[in-house]
Structure formats: C-alpha cells, structure tokens
Design a protein around this ligand. Structure first.
Ligand code: NAD
Length: 446
C-alpha cells in the first residue's frame, strides 16, 4: 500500500478524503489459494446464446450462481449479463433494467462482466449498432464502480461459446484485480481443459525475458505457481538476482542480452536442447531512455528499439522458423508481448518507448493472424505498476500516474503476471490477438 493509500484508508483519512472529494484507493482483493474467487454469489442476467454455457462454467469454477435478485442485505460478488440476445437499439433497455436495481448490491471488489457478440460478426445493422453500444456502457460502469470494482466486456464470437471458461475464471476472481474497462475477444477454438485448474501449466515450459526483477520476476513466479518450468532470462549483469528468482520458482536461469546478434539462436538452442521446445514465450525485457523528441539522440532511440521491439521480432522468427510448423514453439503455444499504455496513448518524452510499445501491438496483430489455430499471440499493456522503473519517475508525475485511474492506485507486478497467466493458460486457445490493459482503467488512452 503506498503512503497516500494507507492514509486514505485510515479513520481520519477516510473522513478527509470524503470531504475533499480526493481519490479513494480501495485495497484490491487479489488471488489467494485459500479464499474463494469472489466474496459472494454471481447474479446472472440477460438472455442469449451464452446463458446455458455460462451457468455450467460458473458452476464448474465453484461460484454460486443466483438468477433472482436477492434480499436487500445480500452482497453480490459479481453481476454477469449475457447481452448476445440484444439485437436492436430498443433491446439496450435490458442493460438498465438488469443492472440499475442491483448495482448497489455489488460487494467490495465486485465484478461486472457483460458478454456480447463481436460487432463485425453480427447479422444485421441494428444488431451491430446495439452490440457496439455495449462498450460505452461497460466502460462507464467501470468508472462509476467504487471500492475496487471492475467492469469488462467480453466479445464472444459465434461458435466460441465453449471457449470462455478460462477468461471468465480470470475476470471473476482477484487475478484481474487491476484490469478494468477492457474489451476482450474470444474466438472459436479447440479448448484443452487442464487436469488441474490450480496447476494449468503442469509439464509446460515457459521463457520469460527480463525475469530478474520487477514485472518479469512476478511473471516467472506466477507461471511457476501454475506449474510451468520457467526459463528465466536476463542480462549477465543481473546474474545474481536472476539465479535467486530462478531458484525461487524452481526454474532455470539463462544469462543473455536479448539484443546480442546470436541471442535468437542461443535461445532456440537452449530451449530445444534442454527442454525439447517451449510452450509459452513472454517478451517482458524492456528499457526506457526518455527525452523529448528535440533532444532525442540516436543512441537513446536505438537502444530502446533494440531491446523493446527488434529483439522480440528476431526471437519470434527464430522460434517459429522451420517448415510449415511453429518450430521450437510447441503446438498450442503462446507468445505474449508486454506493451504499455504509452504505446496506446503516447507520452511526453517517450517517442522512442511508445514507438516500440505500439510496435508490440503490431506484432500481436500480425502474428495472431499468421499463427491462428496453432498458437496464440496477445499482449498486456500495463499502466502505472509499482516497480523500480516507476520508482525512478519524478514524484509529481509518479503521483499523477498512480491516481489517474478508476482504482486511484498503482498496480502491482503480480497484476500483470496474472493477466499473462490467463493468456498462457492451455484453455485460452480462443484468446488470440488481444491487447489487454492492466491499468486500473487509466484515464490515458482509450
Ligand atoms: P525493470 O527495469 O524493473 O525490469 C526490466 C528487466 O529487463 C530488467 O531485469 C533488465 O535487466 C531486463 N533487460 C533490460 N534489457 C535487457 C536485455 N537487453 N536483455 C535481457 N534483459 C534485459 O522494468 P519493469 O517495470 O519490471 O518492466 C517490465 C516490462 O514492463 C518492460 O517491458 C516495461 O516496458 C513494461 N512496462 C512497465 C510499466 C511499469 O509501470 N513498471 C508500465 C508499462 C510497461
């Protein structure tokens, strides 16, 4: 908890914050293996092609499902609405009719999930307009929710009704604590349900770059917790910290600079030689070298492009090289990029960084199409995450970054890691080509 958050949640602080209308950062409920995914039942509403599958998925995930509004004192853990049946502007009335009477009964850190059809896959003009309208509704709900609540829209393509389980388990739990106001797409896919939902990556191998600290270390920990053998990669100068992380997650360390000319070949050799291939590749290594454009020297520009974008592209091509298959990346593999909200919204002093982070989104677009059906490619776009990188930001800018989002606080590395673990999940084969922001619904960008 940062200092302002601790103050705002103290007795005096709550009073002062309320009186002055200051941001009120609620302590977010995160995943814990000893607690249920949500504090309270799920109220399921709406009516379309997803209601049946949803009931089954929510039950399998161990969530209590209610279909009738409960007693006034009952607190819901989540409100889930199947909006796929809305095919006209008039039908949008159903949103207000369901949510308005119950929104105040959503408990702390509650979840709102609206499920719709991707607008471009609808059957008529009326339906397309209505389905597109869901986005404005959901994003506004996210901004209105207090006390750590989140709201998302999930676009489920026709035929993907059975591919939503891993996504709903992620969104309806503390794993998505710092994800809000997002539109997620799930497409039709052959879904491989894990034998054990607590260790979905058992028997799989993951590579995480920049794993010695910060977000990368958290990704290694979460993928290791989920059962993967994690190959933790970082520069030789970070060797000691890297070994500590690798030991902690019972993985292995690979010391290497991803920008080195022989890096792609060495990575492929290591993964195929020691592990027979790789299932999950997370391109997390990244640097900033901020200067406004007028003062941007070529070294700063080149260094950022080399680490944050060019290396990923070269490593991907090396991993994918080999006939018509997916090379060292095994079938149903995962590639995950780490973008940034700077790559979506742009940022002063970060023309170099934002260029690379938008390029990561281009990588997702291109590769997700190229590898469709064989592997998935997605990215996270973190907002303000509490790490060494953001601790170096000047105080005032740091405070603005922390507060300018619906959660009024910075996220933790684990929030980014949990989102990546959802992409990495073997049952997430239908989650392809997504860029999901982990930013507490930051005011920056869309
Ligand atoms: P960090 O600086 O704490 O960690 C980055 C890691 O990458 C370090 O361990 C570093 O040694 C490693 N690395 C750098 N260059 C490398 C190279 N050439 N080869 C191998 N490893 C290399 O940063 P972080 O805050 O944990 O950020 C991780 C990722 O998240 C980065 O891609 C960053 O751009 C992105 N991101 C962070 C934030 C945030 O708020 N912290 C926000 C948006 C995006």
């Amino acid at each position: 908890m940062d200092r302002y958050q601790a103050f705002a949640n103290s007795g005096v602080g709550r009073f002062v914050v309320g009186k002055l209308g200051l941001p009120s950062p609620y302590p977010l409920r995160r995943h814990s293996p000893t607690r249920p995914p949500l504090d309270g039942p799920v109220l399921l509403g709406g009516g379309g092609r997803l209601v049946g599958p949803l009931r089954a998925v929510l039950g399998a995930a161990g969530l209590d499902v209610a279909s009738e509004p409960a007693r006034a004192e009952e607190r819901y853990g989540a409100l889930v609405f199947d909006a796929t049946g809305i095919d006209s502007v008039e039908g949008l009335r159903g949103l207000r009719a369901f949510f308005q009477p119950v929104i105040r009964s959503l408990g702390p850190c509650g979840r709102v999930v609206v499920l719709g059809t991707p607008p471009e896959l609808t059957g008529s003009t009326d339906e397309r307009i209505a389905q597109r309208a869901l986005e404005g509704f959901t994003r506004s709900v996210g901004k209105e929710l207090r006390r750590g609540g989140t709201a998302q829209l999930v676009h489920v393509a026709p035929g993907a009704e059975d591919a939503v389980e891993s996504t709903l388990r992620f969104l309806l739990s503390g794993r998505s604590a710092y994800v809000s106001g997002q539109v997620v797409r799930v497409g039709p896919a052959e879904v491989e349900a894990p034998r054990d939902w607590d260790r979905p990556l058992d028997g799989r191998v993951a590579l995480v770059t920049g794993a010695s600290r910060g977000i990368g270390a958290a990704i290694a920990e979460v993928l290791g917790r989920d059962g993967a053998h994690v190959v933790c990669l970082d520069v030789p100068a970070q060797g000691e910290e890297l070994s500590q992380v690798a030991n902690r997650v019972r993985g292995s360390a690979l010391q290497l600079d991803v920008t080195a000319a022989d890096a792609p070949a060495r990575i492929v050799e290591h993964l195929t030689g020691r592990h027979g291939g790789v299932d999950v590749v997370v391109h997390n290594a990244g640097i900033t070298r901020d200067r406004t454009l007028a003062r941007m020297d070529a070294d700063r520009w080149d260094a950022v492009v080399a680490v944050n974008l060019a290396s990923q592209q070269r490593v991907n091509e090396a991993l994918l090289a080999e006939g018509g298959g997916v090379g060292a990346l095994r079938p149903n593999g995962r590639i995950v990029g780490v973008s940034s909200i700077a790559g979506i919204a742009g940022n002063v002093g970060q023309t170099n960084y934002a260029t690379t982070k938008a390029g990561v989104i281009g990588m997702v677009d291109a590769l997700s199409e190229r590898l469709a059906g064989r592997a998935t490619v997605n990215a996270v776009a973190p907002g303000f995450i509490e790490t060494a990188m953001t601790a170096a930001v000047p105080l005032l800018i740091r405070e603005a970054g922390r507060r300018m989002n619906s959660a009024s606080q910075g996220g933790l590395p684990v929030d980014v890691a949990e989102t990546i673990a959802w992409f990495a999940h073997p049952a997430s084969s239908g989650v392809n080509g997504n860029v999901v922001r982990v930013c507490g619904q930051s005011l920056l960008g869309a």
